[in-house]
Every structure is written in C-alpha cells, then in structure tokens.
Write a protein of this length. Sequence first.
Length: 138
Amino acid sequence: MKSYRKELKIKYPERRGYVNITPQVEKAIEESGIKEGLLLCNSMHITSSVFINDDESGLHGDFETWLEKLAPEKPHSQYRHNGYEDNADAHLKRQIMGREVVAAVTGGRLDFGTWEQIFYGEYDGMREKRVLIKIIGE
C-alpha cells in the first residue's frame, strides 16, 4: 500500500466564503499514482471546514444565510469564547459544516456522484490556512 500527503495553502480575502478545491484534490490523486484507495481531505484550522456539495452560487448563499441564523457573528458579546479574536461564531460554523471528507478513489479518480465537489469553507478568513490531503491505496 502507498501513502501520499500534500498540503494546500489558502488565504481567503474575506471573513467568510467557499472555495472549490476539487481540481487541486484531483491533481493530488494524479501526483500520488494511487488508482484504488481512500482520500482524506481536512481543514487544519478550527475556524474553517472541508465538505462535499454542489458548486452552485445560490446554494453557497443559502449556506451563509443558514449559518448566520444558527451562529450569528454579532454581537460578539453573546459568546463566552470571544475576547481576543471575536471569532466564536467561526468555531460554531466549522462544527456544523464539518472538519473533513473521506472519498473513494477508483481508477485514479474521485468516485463521486454527478454534482459532488469538494469545498473549503472559510469562517474567519484573511490569513493563510492549510488543508491536508492524504491518500492511501494501491
């Protein structure tokens, strides 16, 4: 069995947003030479996430609306965590959207449904963060 590791660096220019990282993940699979196996992709920061969904701007706007209802950014005083960074809402949003995805690699490709894509979700941006891609298999 082989193992491959790669880190992506992402610096999102705003506090919140989404980046389709599927092309970078597909490139990592190609670089790995692994044809059959599993892929793990996770955010290495507690205020961002990695998840699978559709690449449709209306849906991404719906995520933002929904997450703001569940964990509104302001007022910062509503959270006990806030103090130095005022980012408690980002921690909660990450918890809801998830830390990681695991996907099958078949024939050297992501074994995905028609509309599935991998996204990086940023909830406390404007600084560089890392995403881990780990692939194991043959």
